[in-house]
Design a protein around this ligand. Structure first.
Ligand SMILES: [Zn+2]
Ligand SMILES: [Zn+2]
Length: 130
């Protein structure tokens, strides 16, 4: 197996695992079973200028993340933070890296890194506009 890139957030080594489509919970073994039983719908969303795939459970939960985690200084995300882009018609398992330190899969961590960068740039813009 080829070496996979380190974690985009903590630079720790990633473990390659089977994942369900959801970036947020797809690394959990139960999710693969739920995927095979077609228990969830999956959607591509846009948030903080990035695309993220979430299941119909995590999309509801997404607003409970502390926006600071994504580099956004407000206490609560704006309404309509998640914009639904399209449904995933034929969800399948995939392989992804998992960081046991950050406890997320690489797809989520890459989203997180890009979201922080995006929000940071937005904050600078807002400051400079004043
Ligand atoms: Zn990590
Ligand atoms: Zn999920």
């Amino acid at each position: 197996m080829a070496d996979i890139d380190p974690c985009p957030i903590c630079k720790g080594a990633l473990e390659e695992i089977d994942v369900a489509p959801c970036y947020d919970c797809g690394h959990e073994p139960a999710e693969l079973e739920e995927l095979s039983r077609r228990e969830h719908e999956y959607f591509v969303y846009s948030a903080f200028g990035q695309e993220i795939v979430l299941c119909d459970f995590c999309d509801v939960d997404f607003g409970s993340y502390d926006p600071n985690y994504f580099g956004w200084p407000k206490r609560r995300p704006d309404d309509g933070l998640l914009e639904r882009v399209r449904a995933i018609d034929d969800p399948r398992p995939a392989r992804d890296g998992y960081c046991s330190h950050c406890r997320h899969r690489k797809a989520f961590l890459s989203f997180l890194k890009a979201a922080r960068k995006y929000n940071n740039a937005k904050l600078h813009e807002a400051k400079n506009a004043r």
